[in-house]
Design a protein around this ligand. Sequence first.
Ligand code: ATP
Length: 369
Amino acid sequence: MSNVTLTNICKSYSNGFNAVKNVNIDIQDKEFVVLVGPSGCGKSTTLRMIAGLEEISSGELHIGNRLVNDVDPKDRDIAMVFQNYALYPHLSVYDNMAFALKLRKMPKDEIDKKVKEAAKILDLEKVLDRKPKALSGGQRQRVALGRAIVRNPQVFLMDEPLSNLDAKLRTSMRTEISKLHKSLGTTFIYVTHDQVEAMTMADRIVVMKDGIVQQIATPQEIYDHPANMFVAGFIGAPQMNFINVKIEEKNGEIYAINNQINIHLSKGKCQPLIKNGYIGKEVVLGIRPEDIHIEDLFIDNSLDTTFEAEVEISELMGAEIYAYLKLGNSTVTARFDGRYRVRFGDKIKLAMDKEHLHIFDKDTELTII
Ligand code: ATP
């Protein structure tokens, strides 16, 4: 079993800075978990504590049901792939991959078998004699993965392994790493600040901010039901729009209102607002750009979410167009089908898909709905 459990894990650096605060994550055997968050949120520190490269200040770390807080990195049965690949420049690809196995005094023919197997999986068979400097960035990254694979670890740890690659190569390596995970059937823990990597590769995503876990859930769950405004804004591009509104009741119906919009909320959205005393209070309404539609094109029988806005900027992306719209003093972003051309200065009538509205508490920033 290669499950990894972090229980109340904290990290205080020697200067007194608390980089990781009371983190609890239960990673299942064979799961692909991605730790994501902005720079400095503590994701690398968390990974390095799992690897044994950083001391755990308090809490318990179990790998495969064994308490490993004080176990040496080499005895944790893990392999780590770093952002800078950390290849030995004077060794060939073959010897880079064989290095750890030689240290373990593994018989030569066994090493040969393992290195060749890994080279086959990673399509490195033709470059086994080359030195790292004679490889492309993608090949170097695959050698770094190969070095981890040959060790046959229980758990793979990866810290921003794709950040030195160009955008196109990053996309193809993303797919390769996902395939690798499936074929190896091993637990993967992967750190990135890139939400696309997190969304596309993870079985579950751990979103972190300021050393604190904000949410742990599947990519779909994180996207559809973010736990708070930070997660809602961090995942999704262009990011979710946040609009300050007041919740009001008129004739038994509930509305979200400001000077520009007047949205009749559906029954399902109202209940938590009523129950938790939000009537008459200010809240933050969240709507993703793809949930704002051109009114004429919005096939929905309830058009009580309409508003008018002026196009400030439009960006044609090919299949879609991003429109930045002036709504009062703020700008709202909408994402339309690219065939619908909106231009600077256009005044357009829009409708929000009220099934996809989010509502957040203004003070705690936690999701109400
Ligand atoms: P990045 O994406 O920039 O690598 P991260 O989320 O991985 O960010 P960490 O590297 O885990 O963040 O760092 C978390 C915080 O701890 C940062 O504020 C960082 O400055 C601080 N930090 C890291 N190492 C040390 C150290 N040795 N001593 C003191 N503070 C540190």
